[in-house]
Design a protein around this ligand. Structure first.
Ligand code: AMP
Ligand code: MG
Length: 404
């Protein structure tokens, strides 16, 4: 058995960012930029008014009230070719270009209009409510960087930079192969000794949530020929993920059968719970992750291994996240040699500190507690007994592929 850390390092070592492709900005959310991006236009391109009101010369409104002559009306999208002189004002609207000669905006609320005259009743200092040209950014400024996962905010910025398309890394295509004579897809005819398969659909959802493209390779029965036939579907995927059949029983065929069919195993068995029989290797040149069959093991291992693997393929740079901690809400016994990931609920205490309470039963077949948990409490190998109140490390479930 190897440690979780070593397993992750070995899994990631051979993986590299997928090739680059060009996509419309409208299709780029969640994708990872493959290049630095420079603005193709200055924003704002000219000085504009930030309010509805009057463009004036600051010197003219130093002493108020004062009457100014209105010489133009400038809505957004229009311009004014004249020059504002002493004693003059231009009616102006939010986003409209400032006329030459004007340097300040007096808001509508601080004026009284009388035909072609505006009476300014509240003064404004030089530059008030003027957005200068280039306030946000200038043409040529590099504002988006290679390795950034594009959120809706980045999409807005890219669009403002006048970029209708971007170069991003291809999304990882993940082949999902479930195994087992006993499992049947939800809704399908089911025998008296069979169970409903949750892994295949949960994994497909997980891959999608991580920004990848799941491809279902079907459910292979526990039969050598069938397993080889189903595994042949892995041709062309970026990563092959199997579930079940990777443990030590006579019906666990994945390692044995596929090893004679082009699978090179790098490691098998990790000192963790749930998920001990996880396998990693390459099947006919395609990276392969053999996840255990128990549904909780499948998803916990996906969070710990599949997600980072997909991030590497998607072009995200490695970054060390700060370790989150929470206060334990239940006494825990001393741990054995496997690193434990306990399904737990999370609440915030009156002092603002997060509290994590593990479910009393931690069986790796139980989906209900996994689905109702907010985090996993990490118990390192041989961790001493921990009473209520001990601060413990946790992993939370990510919010989705492209949080704002
Ligand atoms: P295995 O590793 O194949 O021995 O599977 C371990 C446990 O996980 C067994 O109880 C299986 O019935 C169960 N299991 C395997 N595949 C699935 C699946 N796709 N959905 C739900 N449970 C599964
Ligand atoms: Mg099985």
């Amino acid at each position: 058995m190897i440690s979780v850390e070593e397993a992750l390092a070995r899994l990631l070592a051979p993986l590299a960012a997928l090739p680059v492709e060009q996509v419309s900005v409208s299709d780029a959310v969640g994708r990872v930029l493959a290049e630095d991006v420079a603005a193709r236009r200055t924003q704002p391109p000219f000085a504009v008014s930030a309010m509805d009101g009057y463009a004036v010369r600051a010197a003219d409104v130093e002493h108020v009230p004062v009457n100014l002559r209105i010489i133009a009306e400038i809505p957004a999208g229009a311009g004014f070719s004249g020059v504002l002189d002493k004693g003059e004002a231009a009616r102006i609207f939010t986003g409209a270009p400032l006329p030459e000669g004007a340097d300040t905006i007096v808001i509508q609320e601080d004026t009284e209009r009388d035909g072609d005259t505006v009476r300014v009743v509240e003064g404004a200092t030089l530059g008030t409510y003027v957005r200068r040209a280039g306030l946000d950014f200038a043409e040529g400024d590099v504002l988006l960087h290679q390795g950034t996962r594009l959120s809706p905010r980045h999409i807005g910025l890219a669009a403002a930079m006048n970029r209708p398309w971007l170069f991003v890394h291809r999304r990882p295509v993940v082949g999902i192969l479930s195994t087992g004579d006993e499992v049947v897809m939800p809704g399908e005819p089911i025998g008296p000794h069979q169970i409903v398969s949750s892994n295949a659909l949960a994994l497909a959802a997980f891959v999608t949530a991580c920004g990848g493209v799941p491809v279902s390779l079907g459910n292979a029965p526990d039969d050598a020929d069938a397993l080889r036939t189903f595994a042949a579907g892995a041709r062309g995927v970026d990563l092959l993920v199997s579930t079940g059949g990777v443990s030590v029983g006579e019906h666990d065929l994945v390692r044995g059968v596929l090893s004679e069919d082009g699978l090179a195993i790098d490691f098998w068995e990790i000192a963790m719970r749930p998920g001990k029989p996880l396998m990693s290797g390459s099947y006919r040149g395609t990276p392969m992750l053999g996840l255990p069959g128990n549904p909780v093991s499948t998803l916990v291992c996906s969070l710990l291994f599949l997600k980072p693997a997909m991030e590497r393929l998607a072009g995200l740079p490695d970054k060390a996240e700060p370790q989150q901690m929470a206060r334990l809400g239940r006494d825990l016994r001393q741990n054995d040699r496997r690193q434990d990931y306990l399904r737990s609920t999370l609440t915030r205490g009156p002092d603002g500190v997060l509290g994590a309470t593990p479910f009393p039963v931690q069986d790796s077949s139980m989906m209900r507690p996994l689905a109702s948990s907010d985090c996993l409490v990490i118990r390192p190998p041989h961790a001493p007994a921990a009473p209520v109140g001990t601060m413990v490390p946790i992993v939370t479930f990510p919010g989705g592929a492209w949080p704002l």
